[in-house]
Design a protein around this ligand. Structure first.
Ligand SMILES: Cc1ncc(COP(=O)(O)O)c(C=O)c1O
Length: 424
C-alpha cells in the first residue's frame, strides 16, 4: 500500500485505462520541447511531433478504425455482453423515443433534459439492484466523476484499489485537487484497504473500487471490503460497469452476487454503465435516497452536463426488461467465458479462469500484442489489445469479451484464430 499522491495516481493510471484511444500521455520528454516554427515564431504544438514519435518508438501508437454495420468480423472486443444492442425491442424503443422526444435531451436534467423515461429507468434500475434510488448520468465516466467528487471534498480520505478504472482515477484526481487525500491499496486486498484507512483518520473516509476489473476481468473481494467499511464507518464506492448483467443471479450485479447483508448496504454506493451489458449508452449511480438527492444538487457532471438522450434511456430500459424476462442470458454469458478461457488454456496460452465476461490473454510485448490482434482481425475475429498505459509495463494482453449470443461454432472459431495467430 502506498499513500497519497500524485505519483501513485499516475502509477495506477497505467493499470486500468480501458478506452485505449483516449489515454495516451502527452509528455514526450526533451525531444518534444523545441517549438520554433520556420519564421522564428514559437510553434505552440511543435512538441506534439516529438510526443507522437516517442509513442511510436514505444509501440504505443493508437488509431481509430471505423466499423461497418454488416461487417463479417466476429466481435470479441466490444462490451455488448448480452447481445442486446441490436435486439429488436431495444432498437425499437430507442427509435420510438427519438421520434417522440428528438435526437437529444436539449439540456441539463435540471433545466430541460429530464423526461418521464429517465425516472422510469431510475426506478427499474434501483429495483433491479435492490437500492433505494438511482440517478442516470450521460455516461459511466460522468457517473464515476460525479459520485466521487460529490461525496469526497476537502479533508476526505479516499482509499482506492491500485487497478481502478481510469474514470475512478480521474475522479480521485479531481477530489484531490479539491483537498481530499488519496491513498492506493494493493489490488483486491481488503486488509491493505483497512491499513490505508487506519493510516489517516478523517471524518469522511471512502473506499473506492471496481467490482469487476475491466482489463483482467477479476473480482474484488467485495464481502471483505464491505465488512471493512462497515466496521470502520467508511463509505464504499463501487464501479459495477462490468458486473451489471454479468455477475450474480440473473445478472443483478456484484452487490447481489456478494450477498452483502442489508446492515452493510447503507454505506454503499454503486455506479453502472448502460453501455455494456445493456447495449445502450449512459451511466447511473445507485444507492441510498439521501445520497442520490445530494448528487442531484451537487454532482457537477449531473448539473453541468446535457441529460442522457431519450433514445439511449429508452434503449437501456428495454434492455433491462429483456434481461429481467430472460435472466438465463447472464449465466449463458459466464459459461461462454469459461469455455473460451478453458479452450485458450488448453492451447497453452497465458489465461486465467474468468470471474465475469472478460477473458484476458497475456502477450509477450506491446508490439506482439498489436501484431497478434491484427492477425486475428485479418483472420476474421476482432479482439481487444491492451498495452501501457492501459495496463502496467510487462502486462500487454489481448482482451476477449464473451457474449451470451455466441454459439459453439463461433467459440471454436475464436479458439482456432487466436491459437493459430499467436506470437512465435
Ligand atoms: C470499469 C469501467 N468504469 C467506467 C467506464 C466508463 O463507462 P462509459 O463508457 O459508460 O462512460 C468503463 C468503460 O469503459 C469501465 O470499463
Amino acid at each position: 500500500m502506498t499513500t497519497d499522491p500524485q505519483d501513485d495516481a499516475s502509477t495506477a493510471s497505467k493499470a486500468s485505462n480501458v478506452v485505449e484511444a483516449s489515454n495516451v500521455s502527452a509528455d514526450a520528454g526533451p525531444t518534444a520541447a523545441s517549438g520554433r516554427g520556420g519564421a522564428g515564431r514559437a510553434d505552440p504544438f511543435g512538441w506534439l511531433d516529438g510526443a507522437a514519435r516517442a509513442r511510436a518508438e514505444a509501440g504505443l501508437t493508437r488509431r481509430t478504425r471505423p466499423r461497418v454495420p454488416d461487417e463479417d468480423l466476429l466481435d470479441m472486443a466490444g462490451n455488448d455482453y448480452l447481445g442486446l444492442t441490436r435486439h429488436p425491442e431495444v432498437t425499437g424503443a430507442a427509435a420510438d423515443a427519438a421520434r417522440r422526444w428528438g435526437a437529444g435531451s436539449t439540456g441539463s436534467r435540471l433545466v430541460t433534459g429530464d423526461t418521464a423515461l429517465h425516472g422510469e429507468l431510475e426506478a427499474e434500475l434501483a429495483a433491479f439492484y435492490g437500492t433505494e434510488a438511482a440517478l442516470v448520468f450521460s455516461s459511466g465516466y460522468a457517473a464515476n466523476l460525479g459520485m466521487v467528487t460529490a461525496l469526497a471534498g476537502a479533508g476526505a480520505h479516499l482509499v482506492c484499489d491500485r487497478y481502478n478504472h481510469a474514470s475512478l482515477i480521474d475522479a480521485t484526481r479531481l477530489a484531490k485537487a479539491a483537498g481530499a487525500r488519496v491513498s492506493l491499496f494493493d489490488h483486491a486486498d481488503a486488509g491493505a484497504a483497512l491499513a490505508a484507512l487506519g493510516a489517516h483518520p478523517a471524518e469522511r473516509r471512502l473506499v473506492v473500487s471496481d467490482t469487476v476489473f475491466s482489463v483482467d476481468g477479476d473480482l474484488t473481494d467485495l464481502p471483505a471490503l464491505a465488512r471493512v467499511c462497515a466496521e470502520e464507518g467508511a463509505a464504499l464506492l463501487l464501479d459495477d460497469a462490468h458486473g451489471l448483467g454479468v455477475v450474480g443471479d440473473g445478472g443483478r450485479g456484484a452487490l447481489g452476487a456478494a450477498r452483502i447483508p442489508a446492515a452493510e448496504r447503507g454505506g454503499i454506493v454503486v455506479t453502472a454503465t448502460l453501455s455494456k451489458a445493456l447495449g445502450a449508452q449512459g451511466g447511473a449511480v445507485l444507492g441510498p435516497q439521501r445520497v442520490i438527492r445530494h448528487l442531484v444538487e451537487t454532482a457537477r457532471t449531473f448539473i453541468f452536463d446535457t441529460g442522457l438522450a431519450p433514445a439511449a434511456v429508452a434503449g437501456a430500459l428495454a434492455a433491462l426488461r429483456v434481461l429481467r424476462a430472460e435472466p438465463e442470458r447472464a449465466a449463458r454469458l459466464r459459461e461462454t467465458a469459461r469455455r473460451l478461457a478453458a479452450g485458450l488454456g488448453e492451447l497453452g496460452l497465458d489465461v486465467h479462469a474468468p470471474d465475469a465476461a472478460v477473458v484476458s490473454v497475456g502477450a509477450p510485448s506491446p508490439d506482439a500484442a498489436v501484431a497478434w490482434a491484427r492477425r486475428c482481425r485479418e483472420a476474421g475475429v476482432r479482439v481487444g489489445c491492451f498495452r501501457p498505459p492501459s495496463v502496467p509495463d510487462g502486462r500487454s494482453r489481448l482482451r476477449l469479451t464473451a457474449r451470451a449470443d455466441l454459439d459453439e461454432v463461433e467459440v471454436k472459431r475464436v479458439l482456432d484464430v487466436v491459437g493459430s495467430t499467436r506470437p512465435t
